[in-house]
Design a protein around this ligand. Structure first.
Ligand code: AMP
Length: 191
């Protein structure tokens, strides 16, 4: 497994969520920072996104935010990042995030997080990406999504081989072993 230098985290922009999700976001940021892995993300200072970025920055990551102009105008961008890239639109933002990362981590989130997670799965299926996609399934948040993916396989809409790029771990501690920066493998579910 090659060394992972940059992780892209997808996660919710809401902060009005269970404390366990907020703690997970901070822990994910801390783990990335302590491993001296760069973080790339949507560039916001709000919600879980802001918590991941703050924790990664204080633990030593170089953090890049990639935000579309219209969101920057709403002043939701994080002011303390090492790098803030402003894109014309959402499409360019996502493409740049996907290019820069060696691996993708999806923490709990809403439509934006679903969109980004499904998009990297779709691009992988099409052969445009070949980078690990890891769902952090704290509080069983991703269980319904995993069931839907299994349903798609059972019903013949998705091939099992196209789900193999995706792993599910119970907690942020399970992420690094799957991206090549540690040797111990923690419990995980391969879909
Ligand atoms: P959601 O899961 O619906 O809260 O959306 C979160 C995802 O969408 C993040 O990974 C971001 O890329 C993007 N996003 C949504 N809202 C914002 C925001 N206010 N600032 C920056 N990015 C956002």
């Amino acid at each position: 497994m090659t060394e992972c230098s940059t992780i892209c985290v997808f996660c919710g922009s809401s902060i009005r969520v269970d404390q366990v999700y907020r703690e997970t976001a901070k822990e994910m940021g801390r783990i990335i920072g302590e491993a001296r892995i760069d973080l790339v993300y949507g560039g916001g200072r709000v919600g879980l996104m802001g918590l991941v970025a703050d924790a990664a920055l204080s633990a030593g990551s170089r953090v890049t935010g990639i935000i579309p102009q219209f969101l920057k105008e709403r002043e939701v961008d994080h002011p303390l990042l090492d790098e803030l890239i402003i894109t014309e639109n959402m499409h360019t933002r996502k493409q740049l995030m996907y290019e820069r990362a060696n691996a993708f981590v999806s923490l709990p989130g809403g439509f934006g997080t679903f969109d980004e997670t499904i998009e990297v799965l779709t691009w992988s299926q099409l052969g445009l990406l070949a980078k690990p996609i890891i769902l952090v399934n704290v509080k069983g948040y991703w269980d319904p999504f995993v069931s839907l993916v299994r349903h798609a396989v059972d019903e013949g809409f998705t091939q099992t081989k196209h789900t193999e790029i995706m792993s599910v771990v119970d907690a942020p501690a399970g992420v690094l072993p799957l991206v090549g920066n540690q040797t111990t493998i923690s419990p995980q579910i391969q879909i």
